[in-house]
Design a protein around this ligand. Structure first.
Ligand code: EPU
Length: 420
């Protein structure tokens, strides 16, 4: 298993190109299953999750090629039964259920397990698809879905922690080819949902209201192949912005969409960072002081859970006490214990982490537990004095394209080592 070796204490400066969004491209890839025609997707990040999703589409019978950030999928003849082992290993693969039900009216997809950030149920996905007339049965670790008469209806998708992103995606993808009108209430408003709906509308779907809590889908008989460019990854952009501020430097995020980063940029400003839009590019840099913060994760357009760990690393460096409250996933604080190894002072009280910042961090060996936790450890390692080794960076490779290369170009001393 690869690890990163980081020599801390360097200042990040320069420009970095933001890659295509992981969480936008995964459901868009699933949406290609809705047509027999060829779909061409540009600005696709080279990530292990994307390669995994390619294998899933291939296992269903699609012909998939990836060349220099352009992915071509032709799902002319497909089966509705996914490879059990492939699907259960990647949580995001649940979003093939909606398009399979929509196109074939029948699907068997293995249940994704829980993961280190929480139990991650799919009850809302199942509730939404059932409302459209899908009969569901869970047997042998599979969800078996059958929908001879898929019909539009009104479905409320809000859950205990608010709307569900992939649940919304699944219901939208099942309803585009259903009969009649589907109204999704308490729909997720994330930019990734909007990108999916833009992709589907370009294919010939009739979706209104994406980006708002009410999405209306009017079913159409068939969808066509399409060409699409994926939105930039707002979480990758936010991660590099936080890394720049934590290092005391300044980074220009080429291709970032500031309109997708509202809550993140606001919190960076509140912490004392400089945020500027120059010639259409977004530049984020350290200010004269770094202030502690109180922040709570929320569905979009609130502060994203996918930026919580990186901010926790940053707040370890701010003089004073910060409170970070996680409201989306119940156990997304695995990074806290690893940050302690670097000398941070963090206490967990229920859904909140209390960070007493301003102690000097020093390098140590740490273990990555999930994608965003790994990013937090890299940020903290770059800000710490001495050498930090982050083990198990395969978590990072799931969602950050060539992170160590991008960081080295900004001045970080970071190397990938193989094995161990
Ligand atoms: N939930 C339910 N029932 C469901 C579905 C979700 O109770 O049927 C709960 C979850 O347990 C959680 C909340 O609803 O408490 C929100 O989860 P959501 O369904 O929105 O998460 P997701 O769609 O499975 C996507 C991203 C995650 C990101 C979340 C929240 C992808 C592939 N994944 O997951 O990304 O954290 O939305 O924004 O799009 C990451 O990139 O590191 C990552 C984990």
């Amino acid at each position: 298993m690869d690890s990163f070796v980081i020599e801390g204490g360097t200042v990040l400066r320069g420009e970095v190109e933001v890659s295509g969004s992981k969480n936008a491209v995964l459901p868009i890839m699933a949406a290609t299953l809705l047509t027999r025609e060829t779909c061409v997707i540009h600005h696709v990040p080279d990530l292990s999750d994307v390669r995994f999703m390619c294998r899933i589409l291939q296992s269903l019978g699609a012909v998939v090629t990836m060349e220099g950030g352009t992915l071509t999928v032709r799902a002319e003849n497909i089966t509705g039964t996914g490879d059990y082992d492939l699907i259960r290993k990647m949580r995001g693969s649940i979003c093939i259920l909606g398009p399979l039900v929509g196109r074939l009216r029948k699907a068997s997809v293995s249940l994704p397990g829980g993961c280190v950030i929480g139990t991650r149920p799919i009850d809302l996905h199942l509730k939404g698809l059932s409302a459209l007339g899908t009969a569901m049965r869970i047997e042998g670790g599979y969800v078996h879905a059958e929908a001879p008469g898929l019909r539009g209806t009104t479905v409320f998708m809000g859950g205990r922690s608010g709307p569900t992103v992939l649940g919304t995606a699944n219901v939208v993808m099942a309803s585009v080819l259903a009969e009649g009108v589907t109204v999704i209430e308490s729909a997720a408003c994330e930019p990734e949902v909007v990108d999916l709906c833009d992709f589907l509308n370009a294919m010939g779907a009739r979706i209104h209201g994406a980006g708002s809590p009410t999405i209306t889908v009017t079913g159409v008989p068939a969808l066509a192949g399409v060409e699409h460019r994926v939105i930039p990854d707002r979480i990758e952009a936010g991660t590099f912005a936080v890394a720049a501020v934590a290092s005391g430097g300044e980074v220009t995020l080429r291709g970032a969409r500031p309109d997708h980063l509202g809550a993140v940029l606001e919190k960076l400003r509140e912490a004392g960072a400089r945020v500027e839009r120059r010639n259409g590019a977004l530049t984020v840099g350290a200010g004269s002081t770094l202030r502690p913060l109180e922040l709570t994760t929320m569905p979009y357009s609130g502060f994203p859970t996918d930026m919580q760990a990186q901010f926790m690393a940053l707040l370890c460096l701010a003089n004073g006490t910060s409170i970070v409250t996680e409201r989306i996933f119940e156990s997304r604080f695995m990074h806290a214990a690893e940050l302690l190894r670097l000398g941070a002072d963090i206490g967990i009280e229920g859904p909140s982490a209390i960070i007493k910042g301003g102690r000097p961090l020093s390098g140590a060996e740490v273990m990555a537990s999930d994608l965003r936790a790994s990013a937090a450890l890299v940020i903290a390692g770059m800000a710490a004095q001495g050498r930090t080794q982050v083990h198990r960076v395969y978590h990072l490779d799931r969602g950050y394209e060539r992170m160590e290369l991008k960081l080295s170009r900004l001045g970080a001393r970071i190397e990938r080592t193989q094995g161990e």
